[in-house]
Design a protein around this ligand. Structure first.
Ligand SMILES: NC(=O)C1=CN([C@@H]2O[C@H](COP(=O)(O)OP(=O)(O)OC[C@H]3O[C@@H](n4cnc5c(N)ncnc54)[C@H](OP(=O)(O)O)[C@@H]3O)[C@@H](O)[C@H]2O)C=CC1
Ligand SMILES: O=C(O)CCC(=O)C(=O)O
Ligand SMILES: [Mg+2]
Length: 476
C-alpha cells in the first residue's frame, strides 16, 4: 500500500489491476475522483449521484464503487498550499488504483501553469483520447439531421504541440535557438531556400513519432474491428499537405499499421477502388484501372503514370485473392482526409464517417466541433486510455461563468462515467444511465443549454435536477 501525505484511502475496496493493457476489475473497486475547478463543483456531485444509483440498481449491492477523493487544481492548492496544483498524493492514488474520473481543470492562457489535464495524460502515458459523439433522440441541435453523426474521435494524446516544448519570444534560449536555426540548420537543408524565422518569434516544437502514432492507430483500428457494417471504418485525419514530416508521416505510419499488422482485416480506400473496379469490369487492364483511381491520369508524366500502374499491379498481386471478389467489403476501411476538409465533412456528410483517428491538436478541435453537431459540449464525454491506467473526463472545460449556479449540464461527465463503467465491464449499470439520459431528454427535462435550443423553448431543470431526472428514468 502506498503512503499518502494528506489522504486516507477508503477503508474498504480493492484496486483495479492491469494485465496486458486490460483492467481487471473487482466488485468493489476504489476509484479516485477529482472534483474539478469551475463547474466541477456542480457537475461532480450530480455525476456521483447517477453512477452510484445505477450501480446499486444494476447489481443490488453485489458491486459498488468505493470513491476516493483526490485533489487537483484550485482545490488542491487549498489543501496542499500555494502552487500545489497537482500534488504527489493525487499521482500516487491514480497509479495505485489505475482507473480515475475527473471534472475539468483550469489552464491560464499565455503564462502561468501548464495544463494539468494534459499533464495527467502525459504522466500516465494515456495515449488515446477517445471522444464519442452520438445523438440522443430529442436533443436540440443547430443541424437538420444530427442523428446522422455517430463518430468516435480517437485523438493522439501525448505528442504533437501538446508536449509543451516551447519558448517565449523574449527567452534568451529562444533567441539563441532562432539564431542557430537561421544561421546553421535552415541553410544546411537545401530545400528550405532563403527561409528565415522572424526575430522576436516564439518557438514551439511539434514532435510526432512513429511509435507514438502507431500504438494510437492500432487502438483505433481495434475499436473499428468491434463495430459493424459501414461503421468498420477508420479515417486518418491530418494536415499532411502542409506539415509533411509530422502530420504527413502520421498518415503514412497509420496506413503502414493497417496494411501490415491488420492486413487480413483492413482495406485502404485506394485498394478498395482497385479491387472494386476489377469486380465491376472483369478483365479491366492495369492501365484502365489506374486511370479510374487517379484523376488526371492521362496528363501525368510517363514516370508518374508508371508509378500508378505499379500501384495497381502491387495491390492485385498482394491482396487480389485474399481481399478480392467483394471480400474487402466486410473489412475495416482505412482512408485519410485532410483536417480542414473533415470539419466540413462531419457537417455535410456525417453518415460517411465512424472512427476519426487524429493527432493531438486536430482531435482537440474536431471533438468540440463534432459535439456541437449533436447537441453541444454538455453531451460530450471522453476517456484517456493507456496501457496501465485510464482517466475519464468530459470534452469541455470549467465553463467558469456557470460555476456554482447548479445550472450547467452534467451530461458529459455522467456519460464519461458511462464510458468508465463500460471500460470496467459493468455494462448493465452503463445501460441504465444511457436509458435514463435518453428518457430525460425525450421528456424535455434538460438543463439550460438544451432547453434554449428546443422549439418551443423548454423550461430548464437544474444540474442536480437533471441528475435526479436521469435516475428517475432508469429503465426507460
Ligand atoms: N479537460 C479539461 O479539463 C478542459 C479544460 N479546459 C479549461 O477550461 C477553462 C474554460 O475554458 P473555455 O474555453 O471557457 O471552454 P469550456 O468548455 O469550459 O466552456 C465554453 C462554453 O461551452 C459551453 N459548455 C461547456 N461545458 C458545458 C456543459 N457542461 N454544459 C453546457 N454547456 C457547456 C458553455 O457555453 P454557454 O455559456 O454558451 O452555454 C461554456 O461557456 C480553461 O481554463 C480551459 O483551459 C478546457 C477544455 C478541457
Ligand atoms: O487542458 C486544457 O486546459 C484544455 C484541454 C482541452 O481543450 C482538451 O483536452 O480538449
Ligand atoms: Mg478541447
Amino acid at each position: 500500500m502506498a503512503t499518502y501525505e494528506k489522504l486516507t484511502v477508503p477503508a474498504s475496496g480493492t484496486a483495479i489491476r492491469f494485465e496486458g493493457g486490460q483492467p481487471i476489475v473487482p466488485n468493489d473497486p476504489i476509484i479516485p475522483f477529482i472534483r474539478g475547478d469551475g463547474t466541477g463543483v456542480d457537475i461532480w456531485p450530480a455525476t456521483q449521484r447517477v453512477l452510484d444509483a445505477a450501480v446499486a440498481k444494476a447489481y443490488g449491492g453485489e458491486r459498488r464503487i468505493e470513491w476516493f477523493k483526490v485533489y487537483a487544481g484550485d482545490e488542491a492548492c487549498e489543501l496542499y498550499g500555494t502552487y500545489q496544483y497537482l500534488p504527489q498524493d493525487t499521482l500516487t492514488a491514480i497509479e495505485e488504483f489505475g482507473v480515475a474520473i475527473k471534472g475539468p481543470l483550469t489552464t491560464p492562457i499565455g503564462g502561468g501553469i501548464r495544463s494539468l489535464n494534459v499533464a495527467l495524460r502525459q504522466i500516465f502515458d494515456l495515449y488515446c483520447c477517445v471522444r464519442p459523439c452520438r445523438y440522443y433522440d430529442g436533443t436540440p441541435s443547430p443541424h437538420k439531421r444530427p442523428q446522422d453523426l455517430d463518430v468516435v474521435v480517437y485523438r493522439e494524446n501525448t505528442e504533437d504541440i501538446y508536449m509543451g516544448i516551447e519558448w517565449e519570444a523574449s527567452d534568451p534560449v529562444c533567441i539563441e535557438l532562432i539564431a542557430h536555426l537561421n544561421d546553421t540548420v535552415i541553410p544546411a537543408n537545401g530545400k528550405l531556400g532563403k527561409r528565415r524565422i522572424p526575430e522576436g518569434a516564439g518557438i514551439g516544437i511539434k514532435p510526432v513519432s512513429k511509435a507514438g502514432t502507431q500504438r494510437h492507430v492500432r487502438k483505433a483500428i481495434r475499436h473499428a474491428l468491434g463495430l459493424e457494417g459501414a461503421k468498420r471504418h477508420v479515417t486518418l485525419v491530418h494536415k499532411g499537405n502542409i506539415m509533411k514530416f509530422t502530420e504527413g508521416a502520421f498518415r503514412d505510419w497509420g496506413y503502414e499499421v493497417a496494411t501490415t499488422e491488420f492486413r487480413d482485416q483492413c482495406i485502404t480506400e485506394r485498394e478498395s477502388w482497385i479491387l472494386g473496379n476489377l469486380e465491376e469490369k472483369p478483365g479491366l487492364s492495369i492501365e484502365d484501372n489506374a486511370r479510374l483511381i487517379e484523376p488526371g491520369y492521362d496528363s501525368l508524366t510517363p514516370e508518374k503514370k508508371a508509378a500508378v500502374d505499379a500501384e495497381v499491379t502491387a495491390v492485385l498481386d498482394a491482396i487480389g485473392t485474399s481481399h478480392g471478389g467483394g471480400q474487402w467489403k466486410q473489412m475495416v476501411m482505412v482512408d485519410d482526409r485532410i483536417a480542414d476538409s473533415i470539419f466540413q465533412q462531419i457537417q455535410t456528410r456525417p453518415q460517411e464517417y465512424s472512427v476519426l483517428c487524429t493527432l493531438n491538436l486536430n482531435g482537440d478541435y474536431i471533438s468540440d466541433a463534432a459535439a456541437a453537431v449533436v447537441g453541444g459540449l454538455g453531451m460530450a464525454p471522453g476517456a484517456n486510455i493507456g496501457d496501465n491506467a485510464a482517466i475519464f473526463e468530459a470534452t469541455h472545460g470549467t465553463a467558469p461563468k456557470h460555476a456554482g449556479l447548479d445550472r450547467i449540464n452534467p451530461g458529459s461527465v455522467i456519460l464519461s462515467g458511462v464510458m468508465m463503467l463500460e471500460y470496467m465491464g459493468w455494462q448493465e449499470a452503463a445501460d441504465l444511465i444511457t436509458q435514463g439520459i435518453s428518457a430525460a431528454i425525450a421528456n424535455k427535462e434538460v438543463t439550460y443549454d438544451l432547453a434554449r435550443l428546443m422549439e418551443p423553448r423548454a423550461e430548464s431543470v437544474s444540474c442536480s435536477g437533471f441528475a435526479e431526472a436521469v435516475v428517475r428514468h432508469f429503465g426507460g
